[in-house]
Design a protein. Structure first.
Length: 95
């Protein structure tokens, strides 16, 4: 299991260190899938694995999400840094 956590960290570091990070370039689907797979197989507390990863790799949908999040947060200027792709990590409330 430690290998999966190590891989997740390395994938994330490689993605952040690329010129496309925080740019408006579309992220390649293969890179997003690799990051999701590393997260999916990473260890979780008590190995319950109730974490859900949701990738949004469409800039227009990301902005719709940002607007909804901004409304919920009371921030009209919320834009998720105009990212072309976001990964939402969630789990049940009682987890």
């Amino acid at each position: 299991m430690a290998d999966n956590a190590y891989e997740l960290k390395n994938v994330a570091i490689r993605m952040v260190s690329q010129p496309s990070f925080l740019s408006d370039e579309k992220i390649e689907k293969e890179k997003v899938l690799k990051l999701l797979e590393a997260g999916r197989t990473a260890p979780t507390a008590m190995n319950r694995s109730l974490t859900v990863f949701t990738a949004v790799n469409n800039k227009e949908k990301v902005q719709e999400l940002a607007q909804a999040m901004g409304k919920a947060l009371g921030r009209d200027d919320y834009n998720l840094y105009n990212a072309p792709c976001v990964v939402l990590i969630s789990s049940p409330r009682d987890n």
